[in-house]
Design a protein around this ligand. Sequence first.
Ligand SMILES: Nc1nc2c(ncn2[C@@H]2O[C@H](COP(=O)(O)OP(=O)(O)OP(=O)(O)O)[C@@H](O)[C@H]2O)c(=O)[nH]1
Ligand SMILES: [Mg+2]
Length: 359
Amino acid sequence: MVVGGFLGSGKTTSILGLAKLLLARGRKVGIVTNDQGSSLVDTAFLAREGLPVLEVTGGCFCCNFNELTAKIEELAESQMPDLVLAEPVGSCTDLIATIFRPMDAEYAAAYNLYPLSVLADPRRVRKFMLKSESSVFPDEINYLFEKQLQEADIIVLNKIDALDPDDVDRLTAFLKERFKNARVLAISAKEGLGLEDWLSAAEGGMPGFKSLKDIDYDRYAAAEALLGWMNGTAKLEWDGPGDVNSFIRAFLEELREDFKFRSNEIAHLKVYAIGEEDWAKASVTDINGQVEFSREFGNRTPRVNIIINLRVAAEPDLLEKAVKKALEKASSREGVKAENFRMECFKPGRPNPVYRYVD
Ligand SMILES: Nc1nc2c(ncn2[C@@H]2O[C@H](COP(=O)(O)OP(=O)(O)OP(=O)(O)O)[C@@H](O)[C@H]2O)c(=O)[nH]1
Ligand SMILES: [Mg+2]
């Protein structure tokens, strides 16, 4: 079951929700995550939940098709799962032509494919609807977002806990009207609302194999190239017990302010912190949004390791400077030493799928 959707739409949160639902029904699951770089918050987070998770790093599923199928086979052998949930990179599209059709051609005897689900963040849908002036995301990103939804069999409007019912109706009606061949569902991955209906729709459906015949790879590549990627790790040490939550909030808030000042739209800023006995995870998915914790540290602690993953419409060298500055500022304000800091900052290369089947 491939769970796609733009960066920050809630893929990892909903995969965790679906996995828990399946485990409660006595089913076995495996997960494959994916990223353009390495050091992934999502993999660490899902593994910490006790789920069998493998990752495809250094490029998207379509450009690493054989690695994806190798990881699925590895999971099949070691875990014998009933279902493998796969999270493609959030800036990736054309999954039907590059993943579904090749899988169907080569592996039909071994696996069944569930329909392609694509998650949508209400804020992103609204920006797409209104081409809102408050969005500093360029048109190319809207193009990518639209292509992701065009090939979806099931469009899943997520984060409805943050909407009033009228908005849910309005956004759902818009998505149904605009993407007529897709089934549209509304969920809250965070609160576990609507997950059962989504799973039933996926289990009861078949992929429509709606290849994007008219996708313009130059525009797609241009959209991906607008996004800068930063993956990094560091060790934080306090003299005594430190407030990890406060550090994460200060660090992410510093970055948000900086990107807002420069009008660099944020796709997703995420931090995962792990200590000896506890862990925390927090994100920012909107330039005007708040730091949202999926989990906070319960107690103070003297040291943690952190993973930082940022996806922002900015040049990699600007990202690098912004991260160093935010880390320095937040460390000095919170009285913590950041050591062993390593990061990679880059732009994804032009998408170059191993296979592309369009009829
Ligand atoms: N309010 C609300 N927040 C949510 C919901 N689902 C996810 N989020 C939050 O949205 C942010 C992004 O969630 P993720 O699950 O990491 O999103 P993702 O699509 O996997 O992100 P990438 O892997 O970076 O593309 C996190 O702060 C989540 O807690 C939801 O149903 N409601
Ligand atoms: Mg994710």
